[in-house]
Design a protein around this ligand. Structure first.
Ligand code: COA
Length: 279
């Protein structure tokens, strides 16, 4: 059965929003191999579930995640190369490969600590919103390590060069407000408002045409690191794919509404920040 038999993840549904909670609060939601395997499965199920319009990733017990489980992910697997490889593959699979191009809108809702490896899924989500007093930290330098998995690579997707170096090389902690100032996240809001602000954002994203949303996300994600001519070709093919998936009439209908019926003005929908009122 879908979403059943989970021991480290919990999924709640509310009006087409799936609230996915890492659920090891006694360990500050540190991610162990079981959690990575369950998240791979849960994301498959959510992507295929036509009743789900938006996925929010968060953590139970007032912590987003304390990163990889230093005991169960690292120490306990140190003599088992096969288990190590499986855990690493699952960890990178859901936290980056799947979330980066997930078919539906995704939001990271960060409350409490977001440390080390937890940056990966936070950055991979389309949007990230945090409590203004959330605690972010790339702690690895403080115990003789480099940030694990894909963290340093994905950080360069999100931050400027100086800020990425600062956070990785000092291992200092910083709060939600600074994270928003650095544009590591979209917004920081008071903790009491976090869930409601996330819900408002989820509803806004679910109001978009789902095929156009998916294609736009793919376009932005896939063309970042390819040369201009190849990007041009990829994007032209993407438009063709969108017309095929959405039906050729979708764009024509929207143009008709604007040009002939004059009852739709696409450029007037505005959204700047979840902490401001949306129209
Ligand atoms: N791996 C394994 N266990 C972890 C963990 C991690 N990354 N982070 C926290 N835990 C465990 C603690 O060992 C403790 O377990 P215990 O109750 O069996 O002793 C439990 O979670 C609660 O943590 P605790 O340190 O008591 O809570 P706190 O509120 O004082 O501090 C943190 C929370 C997250 C700031 C602190 O635990 C910490 O610094 N963790 C390490 C984070 C880190 O460097 N992660 C990088 C990994 S990529």
């Amino acid at each position: 059965m879908l979403y059943e038999g989970l021991s480290t993840v919990e999924v709640e549904f509310e009006n087409r929003i799936a609230w996915v909670y890492l659920n090891r609060p006694e360990k500050k939601n540190a991610m162990n191999p079981a959690l990575h395997a369950e998240m791979c499965r849960v994301l498959d199920e959510l992507e295929a579930d036509s009743g789900v319009g938006c996925v929010v990733i968060s953590g139970r017990g007032g912590a987003f995640s304390a990163g990889q489980d230093l005991k169960e992910f690292f120490r306990d697997l140190s003599d088992d190369l096969i288990a190590q490889k499986q855990a690493q593959r699952n960890a990178n699979e859901w936290r980056w490969h799947r979330l980066e191009v997930f078919d539906k809108p995704t939001i990271a809702m960060v409350d409490g600590v977001c440390i080390g490896g937890a940056f990966t899924q936070m950055i991979a989500c389309d949007f990230a919103v945090a409590a203004d007093d959330a605690v972010f930290c790339l702690s690895e330098i403080n115990w003789g390590q480099i940030p694990g998995g894909l963290v340093t690579r994905v950080l360069t997707e999100a931050l400027g060069y100086r800020d990425a170096l600062d956070l990785c090389l000092t291992g200092r902690k910083f709060d939600g407000e600074e994270a928003a100032r650095l544009r590591l996240i979209n917004d920081a809001v008071p903790a009491v408002d976090l869930k409601e602000k996330t819900r408002v954002l989820a509803e806004l994203l679910m109001g978009k045409d789902p095929e156009a949303y998916r294609a736009t996300k793919h376009a932005l994600r896939y063309v970042r690191n390819i040369p201009m001519r190849e990007a041009e070709d990829y994007l032209a093919a993407k438009i063709g794919e969108l017309r095929m998936r959405a039906g050729a009439g979708a764009q024509e209908a929207a143009i008709k509404q604007f040009v002939d019926e004059k009852n739709y003005r696409p450029a007037e929908a505005s959204y700047t920040s979840v902490s401001k009122k949306t129209t």
